[in-house]
Design a protein around this ligand. Sequence first.
Ligand SMILES: NC(=O)C1=CN([C@@H]2O[C@H](COP(=O)(O)OP(=O)(O)OC[C@H]3O[C@@H](n4cnc5c(N)ncnc54)[C@H](O)[C@@H]3O)[C@@H](O)[C@H]2O)C=CC1
Ligand SMILES: NCC(=O)COP(=O)(O)O
Length: 326
Amino acid sequence: MPPTAPIAISCGEPAGVGPEVAAKAWAALGRDMPMLWIGDPRHLPEGTSFEAITDPAEAAAVCTRALPVLARDFGPPLRPGHPNPAHAPGVVAAIAEAVALVQSGACSALCTAPIHKAALIDGADFAYPGHTEFLAALAGDVPVVMMLASTVLRVVPATIHIPLSAVPTALTEQLLSETITITHAALRRDFGLSDPRIAVAGLNPHAGEDGKMGHEDRDLIAPLVERFAAEGMTIFGPMSADTMFHPAARARYDAAICMYHDQALIPIKTVDFAGGVNVTLGLPFIRTSPDHGTAFDIAGQGIADPTSMMAALDMASGMVAARAGS
Ligand SMILES: NC(=O)C1=CN([C@@H]2O[C@H](COP(=O)(O)OP(=O)(O)OC[C@H]3O[C@@H](n4cnc5c(N)ncnc54)[C@H](O)[C@@H]3O)[C@@H](O)[C@H]2O)C=CC1
Ligand SMILES: NCC(=O)COP(=O)(O)O
């Protein structure tokens, strides 16, 4: 990969705030961080300084004066705040194209703007609940882990986009073991922690209260934590989820493995919505994303906060450097 290979940004749902936060992130960071936006340039906010290019190798030079764009035609016009399923094939293709560029080495990392899953299902028969699962499939069905990370907290939901009623069955020893192993390796490789400290949440209230309020904590989670600890990992749990996210508790670990989506995402979006980054661990390439969604309620108004997108680009850039050993 050339040292100036840009970070590929897939446009995400064009009716959401994705194009706006990408344009704002370029304005703030683009002079120092090569990036390449893939999408329909008609969807960028009016007045965005962009240049259509055809070769990602041109991005680094262009990025100092304009947002480099691989321009694609998504068809019908856009109404901010109103997703059009007709745009869905373009949205999915932009993600796939960005992945191909990263896999070929033409781009250094992938940063995805948020998608609206329903529009992709309606308009493109999208068979995945989110980027995470789609990227795992594009990478060859590798096991992956979702991490939401900010400077104050890192959380990992062991199960992701499934109904709450399906969580207990989905929580198997294999899933939890893979989740912990992938998280531990990524904390070492990408976050520079030589001996990461991992806290594991319980599933049930009070981590099951010794089997009186559910058995998964005692029968599944505790033995697994003991096994990893016996192998030398710094890991503890199961913790009562209600008391593991206050500041003193957070200071005791580098990442919290949580049992389901909201157990992980509520605390981080509460303590650092603006600075949170969604990063997929376990892929053979680097992928980050802002922690927020499409924000249809404010799309097209010019008021979207780009902080999370900027943090996602920063994190991707840091991971590229960490993997290059610099
Ligand atoms: N990585 C991804 O592709 C993600 C996609 N989504 C999708 O986004 C859609 C909407 O999800 P919601 O739950 O409504 O969450 P959301 O994050 O889009 O919006 C929640 C609230 O936060 C505000 N907000 C979000 N981003 C903001 C920004 N950059 N600046 C200022 N305010 C901002 C919104 O205006 C809204 O009031 C759903 O279809 C969901 O699946 C949600 C999260 C991540
Ligand atoms: N709630 C997180 C989310 O929806 C992001 O999912 P993904 O598209 O990154 O898989």
